[in-house]
Ligand binder design. Sequence first.
Ligand code: MN
Length: 324
Amino acid sequence: MSAAASGSIRYDGTTVAGAQPESVLLPGHDVPLGRYTTVRRLLPQRPRRMVGAWCFVDHFGPDDVAGRPGMQIPPHPHTGLQTVTWLVDGEILHRDSLGSMQSIVPGQLNLMTAGHGIAHSEQSPPAHPPVMHGLQLWVALPESARHGEPRFEHHAALPRVGAGDAGITVVVGEYAGVRSPARMASPIVGAQIDIGSPAPVELTLRDDFEYALLAMSGTARVDGVELAQGGLLYLGEGRSASTVTAADGDARLFLLGGEPFEEPLVMWWNFVARSHEELVAARDDWAAGHRFGTVTGCVDAPLPAPEMPITRIKARDRHGRTVG
Ligand code: MN
């Protein structure tokens, strides 16, 4: 059953008069990432900046990288966020300033928690599979976790759950009572949905979360709305279920969801923070070789910090409204 006509039930139990779950198609735009890769940036967009704590969504590929460098992102810093790297084709080697060195292949999760500061590189190894296809995602850390120590996790196997003819891999957070081992800091879900038949699939959702579905492969209909490959469909809050059908009986979607993230953020370059001053401090620390450490084993030179814009960067809430 779709909750589309029933109004939005908030988790405090009150019904918001006139509120309905939204369906907003966000097509994204191409952005170069590193020297050799182009990604489709699906978050942040205006006016939709976040889905739960998900604050940055890049979808890359499927790209033919046979005989090419593939992904080559030299050492760069992060603060205030977690990076989620997820592949459906290819291989990426992660190195960071904690000394981690970890290759991932499809079905595995690399999760890096920046806390107050970490640096990493992500690169296709010299001998890599011919196709690269995956996601680079950021999760904003709440105030209670964003000043913490950096850490890195690799999860080689993730739990799966069935929904009709679909197989769902719970990458982070929890879905349908199944919990990923990844350590997250707020109520969230990230899950790959593989549909291999034309039968409708009923996704159970939480009405206190907001959600979006990303079409990684194939075209799907989501509660009657067509979602083509590469698109992101924002589903809003207040849904207890969503019905998804693969147009050709074959689609791979990624479900992003979470409790609406109420802390206003500033985002610039690779930093998530709360004020312009924090961004300046992080940029200056990277330029001076402080705070973020050194990515050992990566022969490429670290990325230089770009110049800050002349104007102050204002904090924005999840609706894009400036705050303060
Ligand atoms: Mn990064």
